[in-house]
Write a protein that binds this ligand. Structure first.
Ligand code: 13P
Length: 263
């Protein structure tokens, strides 16, 4: 179904990401990758990316070689190399087949203390390395209940994007992930998500221009499942989903991809 934006056809290809978080191991990751490839490989109108844990990037990328499913990492360290025990650089990621990287996921922000400045630096480094970034933003329950949702989204967008021009951000995908909806089973209603996405698009139009805002894809993340995806993905400003728990089940993940691909 063609969607319209300001009267013209929406040119944004939907993108569905599977964030495997700290799940799977070598055997189960390879099996999941093969199942995702088999179940989504025929879908032409949707882009599919999986984000395995670091040690599984290379074997998963090997499994998905020559397929339509791309591979991304869940984080990166901004330094090119050095004495940063446990950290992983952008060039390490590209060398093992990662094409995408999540930046600023709420679990990085909340559990590992990534602040807005760190997120901005990671975004800049990812882009310089040729990695396609998915910048994750989203408000907590407390912030939403205090009526601060738009203020938080604006701050997270501005601090991450302000040093970067629209052309430099051509490969960027945004992911709106309300923290209260992540892993809780409490999915935002299509209307709630659409309201936030419309705000995000309007805000980046102000900072980076209308052409950029019309082209940038905005995923929704937070308890997306096969049975609630269609209502979300029909919204005019929702261009895909970033899926946690349901991405560990190849059939549920494929159902989400099909919901946007139109069957
Ligand atoms: P859930 O789909 O498990 O709520 O996780 C969403 C998420 O954090 C994707 O990055």
């Amino acid at each position: 179904m063609a969607r319209t934006l300001g009267g013209s056809a929406n040119p944004r290809t939907p993108i569905i990401g599977g964030n495997w978080k700290m799940h799977t191991d070598l055997a189960t990751a390879c099996q999941l990758a093969s199942e995702v490839r088999n179940r989504t490989g025929a879908l032409r109108s949707v882009e599919v990316v999986v984000f395995p844990p670091f040690p599984l990037l290379h074997p998963v990328a090997e499994r998905l070689r020559e397929s339509r499913v791309a591979v991304g990492a869940q984080d990166l360290h901004p330094a090119p190399k050095g004495a940063f025990t446990s950290a992983v650089s952008a060039s390490m990621l590209t060398s093992v087949g990662a094409q995408w990287v999540l930046v600023g996921h709420s679990e990085r922000r909340q559990v590992f203390g990534d602040n807005d400045a760190a997120v901005a630096e990671k975004l800049r480094v990812a882009l310089n390395a040729g990695l396609r970034p998915v910048l994750c933003i989203g408000e907590t329950l407390q912030e939403r209940e205090a009526g601060r949702t738009f203020e938080v989204l604006a701050r997270q967008l501005d601090t991450a994007l302000q040093q970067l021009t629209a052309p430099a951000l051509a490969s960027l995908v945004l992911a709106d992930e309300p923290v209260w909806a992540i892993g809780t089973g409490k999915v935002a209603t299509p209307a709630q998500a659409q309201e936030a996405h419309a705000y995000i698009r309007q805000h980046v139009a102000g900072s980076h221009g209308q052409a950029f805002a019309s082209a940038v894809r905005i995923q929704y993340g937070g308890s997306v499942k096969g049975d609630n995806a269609a209502g979300l993905l029909q919204q005019p400003d929702i261009d895909g989903a970033l899926v946690g728990g349901a991405s560990l089940d190849a059939e549920d993940f494929a159902a989400i991809c099909r919901a946007r691909a139109g069957g």
